[in-house]
Design a protein around this ligand. Structure first.
Ligand code: CMC
Length: 428
C-alpha cells in the first residue's frame, strides 16, 4: 500500500490511485488500473508526464542540471573514470574492482572482431551512404550471424549479446567510415584500449604505423562517457519498446540507432556543427537568433534546448572544457568555437531563451571536438550510437530481467470516422 493516494474524479465519481516514490525525483501516480476501474485512458503524446518503466540506471534532475549514473554524477565520471568502467557500472550497478575491470575489458576486447562475412555487407552500400544507414543495416544483420546469443530468456546469452554489441560497435562504425573514404578496413588491435583501438581502426592505414595520441584518446573516451546513457530518451524507449515484444537484442539496438538518427535527437550534433559553420562569423549570430525566435521560421538553434534539462546540460559543461583540451593537444583552433561561445552568450542573455529555459545541450560543443579530431560531420551521430549502445543494452537487460515486464502497447485518443458501411467502388 503506497503512503500517498491520488484522487481522480470522472463524471462525479471519485477514484483513488497509489502514488509511488522513487529514490530521487518526482512522485509517480500509478495509473495501471485506471482503464480497468474507470474505463478511461490518459492522454500524453510525447510522454511529457509519463513514466514508462521503473529503472535504477540513470537519474536526471532537469531543473537543477543533474545527471547521475547509478548515483554517480556525470562530471565525476567524466573526470576520473573511463568508458569501460562506466559501461561496467551501467551494466552491473556498481563500480568494478581492479580485477573485475580487467576481466570486463578483456572480455570486450575479445569480441571486437566481426564475422568475416559481414564485411561483404558493406560492399552493398553506395560509397556516399550515410554511416547511420550502414549502422542500422549492419547492426540489425548481426542477429543473422550470432544465433547463439539471441535467446533472450537465457541470462548468459543476454550477457554475451550485450558484450558483443558493445565490442563490435566501434568496429562497425570505423568500417562505415573507411568504406565512405575508400580505404581498406582495419582489423581491431587488441593491444589498444577500447577507444584507442577505435581511433586506429578509423584513422589508421595498413601501410603505416598508427600512433594513438593520448590526449585525443582521453577526449574521445570522455565523449563516449558523456553519451553512455540518458534514461528514457527517445532511442532508449525505442529499444525498450522493440525489446518488450521479445525481439532479439541486435534487432532492438538497430531500432534504437534508427531513432537516434533524427535531428531532434542524436542527429543534432551533426546539425549543430552545420549550423555553426553556416553562421560563420559572430556578426551573423543576431540574424540567426531572430530566426530561431520567429514562429513562422522552422529554424531552431541546434544543440540548444532539451525535453528534460531546463538548466545547463551538465554534459555540455564538460564538452566545452574538452574542446580546449583537444585544441591544445592537437595545436589547432577553429573559428567555429568562437562563434559557438558567442552564440551561447547571446542566446543566454536573450529573453526568449531565458523564458523557455533553453540552454546548450550535449550536442552544442561535441561536433567541434569531433571535427578537430578529424571526423566528418556524417560520423558524429554514428559515434553517439557507438557510445549509447551500452545504455541501450543496460536498459534492455534491466527490462528483460524484470518479472513484471509486459509488451509495450500504448492506447490512443481515436478521432477518425465512427463505424460506417462499406460502399462498392461503382457507387462512390
Ligand atoms: N531553438 C529555438 N526555439 C526552441 C528550441 C531551439 N533549439 N528548442 C525549443 N524551442 C522552443 C519551441 O519553439 C517551443 O516554443 P513554444 O512553446 O513557443 O512553442 C518551446 O521552446 C518548447 O519546445 P518543444 O519543441 O515543445 O520542446 P521539446 O521538449 O518537445 O523539445 C528538443 C526538445 C530537444 C527536441 C528541442 O529543444 C529542439 O528541437 N532542440 C534542437 C535540437 C537539439 O539540439 N536536440 C538535441 C537534444 S540533446 C541530445 C539528445 O538527448 O538526443
Amino acid at each position: 500500500m503506497a503512503d500517498k493516494q491520488a484522487k481522480l474524479e470522472i463524471g462525479g465519481k471519485a477514484h483513488e490511485f497509489p502514488v509511488l516514490q522513487g529514490s530521487c525525483g518526482p512522485d509517480v501516480v500509478d495509473i495501471r488500473k485506471l482503464y480497468g476501474t474507470t474505463g478511461a485512458f490518459t492522454y500524453d503524446p510525447g510522454f511529457t508526464s509519463t513514466a514508462s518503466c521503473e529503472s535504477a540506471l540513470t537519474f536526471i534532475d532537469g531543473e537543477e542540471g543533474v545527471l547521475l549514473h547509478r548515483g554517480y554524477p556525470i562530471g565525476q565520471l567524466a573526470e576520473h573514470s573511463s568508458f569501460m568502467e562506466v559501461s561496467y557500472l551501467l551494466l552491473n550497478g556498481e563500480l568494478p574492482s581492479k580485477s573485475e575491470l580487467d576481466t570486463f575489458e578483456n572480455t570486450i576486447t575479445r569480441h571486437t572482431m566481426l564475422h568475416e562475412q559481414l564485411m561483404t555487407f558493406y560492399r552493398g552500400f553506395r560509397r556516399d551512404a550515410h554511416p547511420m544507414a550502414i549502422m542500422c543495416g549492419v547492426v540489425g544483420a548481426l542477429s543473422a550471424f550470432y544465433h547463439d546469443s539471441t535467446d533472450i530468456s537465457d541470462p548468459v546469452q543476454r550477457r554475451i549479446a550485450s558484450h558483443r554489441l558493445i565490442a563490435k560497435m566501434p568496429t562497425i562504425a570505423a568500417m562505415a567510415y573507411k568504406y565512405s573514404v575508400g580505404q581498406p578496413f582495419l582489423y581491431p588491435d587488441n593491444s589498444l584500449s577500447y577507444t584507442g583501438n577505435f581511433l586506429k581502426m578509423t584513422f589508421g592505414v595498413p601501410a603505416e604505423e598508427y600512433e594513438v595520441i593520448p590526449a585525443v584518446e582521453k577526449a574521445m573516451d570522455r565523449i563516449f562517457i558523456l553519451h553512455a546513457d540518458h534514461e528514457q530518451n527517445a532511442s532508449t524507449s525505442t529499444v525498450r519498446l522493440a525489446g518488450s515484444s521479445g525481439a532479439n537484442p541486435f534487432a532492438c539496438i538497430a531500432a534504437g540507432i534508427a531513432c537516434l538518427w533524427g535531428p531532434a535527437h542524436g542527429g543534432a550534433n551533426e546539425a549543430a556543427l552545420n549550423m555553426l559553420q553556416e553562421i560563420g562569423t559572430p556578426d551573423r549570430i543576431p540574424h540567426y537568433i531572430e530566426r530561431a525566435k520567429d514562429k513562422n521560421d522552422p529554424f531552431r538553434l541546434m544543440g540548444f534546448g532539451h525535453r528534460v534539462y531546463k538548466n545547463y546540460d551538465p554534459r555540455a559543461t564538460v564538452m566545452q572544457k574538452t574542446v580546449r583540451e583537444v585544441f591544445d593537444a592537437l595545436k589547432v583552433t577553429d573559428p567555429v568555437f568562437e562563434t559557438a561561445l558567442r552564440l551561447e552568450e547571446l542566446a543566454l542573455s536573450d529573453d526568449y531563451f531565458a523564458e523557455k529555459k533553453l540552454f546548450p545541450n550535449v550536442d552544442f560543443y561535441s561536433g567541434i571536438i569531433l571535427s578537430a579530431i578529424g571526423f566528418p560531420t556524417t560520423m558524429f551521430t554514428a559515434l553517439f550510437a557507438l557510445a549509447r549502445t551500452v545504455g541501450w543494452v543496460a536498459q534492455w537487460n534491466e527490462m528483460i530481467s524484470d518479472p513484471g515486464q509486459k509488451i509495450g502497447r500504448p492506447r490512443q485518443l481515436y478521432t477518425g470516422p465512427t463505424q460506417r458501411d462499406y460502399v462498392p467502388v461503382e457507387k462512390r
